[in-house]
Design a protein around this ligand. Sequence first.
Ligand code: ARG
Length: 402
Amino acid sequence: MSRTAVVAYSGGLDTSCAIAWLKEDWYGFDEVVAVMVDVGQVYDVEESLVRGRAAGADDIILLDRKDAFAGDQCAKAIRTNALYEGKYPLVSALSRPVIAQAVAEIAVELGAEAVVHGCTGKGNDQLRFELAFKAHYPGVRVIAPLRDRIWTRDEEIEYALGKGIPVVATQASPFSIDENLFGRAIEAGVLEDPWNAPPEEPYAMTQDPATAPAPSEVVLGFRQGVPVSLDGDPLPLAELIARLNHLAGAYGIGRLDMIENRAVGIKSREVYEAPAALTLILAHSALEDVILTKDEARIKRGLEQRWTELVYEGLWFSPAREAIDAFVDKTQEYVTGDVRVELRPNAAVVTGRRSEFMLYAEQLASYGTGETFPHEAAEGFIRISALETELAAARARAQSRA
Ligand code: ARG
């Protein structure tokens, strides 16, 4: 029986070498099928196909999952205001379940022996891929060639050239970059020393804020917590995100330089650019501010953090994530309205919000005439609220005298 492996193929050097190596004696597969999933990354399809074929792939399957990725993972992340450690909008963590599910489904169809990813043993992505593989192809053998053998960049390039796999100049880049519609993650190279300022070179989604145009405004429309329009134009979410990446990226908005705690127990220095993701989360949470009740907002904040940690640690396909989604769904019922955001160099700033469902009531909050707040009731409210404080203070006084 012929032995088949299905590879999550990015078109890059790592996974191209993996394809070639899977056919060597060490693994000895007869058939290697590469699956490329488009989640909005910028890549050269032709070049990737050429490289995959040169590496020995018997078949290369291209899947466009941009809309599914936007409609499911990105929409949920925005509704959940998902920022890992308060900063990182989960860019890579969100795409992995989509890619891995697609790969696993094809592997099931082909009755493949193994599914393969190009992650190393030091990162979070191996968790995300493998948990998602196992969720969609129970019992499958998972292979991680870049974990089975530690390759240096130079060894990889030499191996690739030896196999006749074309290596382009960009692949000699010292940075490790992962990209999708929701942003770009950049690591390694000079960034490994946390004292080194990030150079301008690896950025692609954002411009240097020093060259930003004059400030401008965008109005973002939301329906039940999901972004649905930009300056009044209704847009599919994938397109809205792409356009906002472009608009906000021109101001350098969405650049992040952080040290983050990986699931595997190490701290790593990561540079991100996620102009639309960060602008949308900012705007979404500003809209929630005028719509959610105090307790909805407080409970949601704690669950947002748990959701983000689950997804970061590879548990997209988990009952806990789904249960939090059910809570979030309920809270988003009325999160419909507009948020005005000013784009400035380095910053997106919310300057207005409006909704037909606001709990914010101007006649209650106003310091002007015509306000309707029941002042006389405040006195009784405070008398009762203070009872416990007074008892505790009396007890403390009695103790200090004793
Ligand atoms: N640290 C980020 C995460 O775990 C990004 C990982 C991928 N980054 C990369 N440059 N390959 O989600």
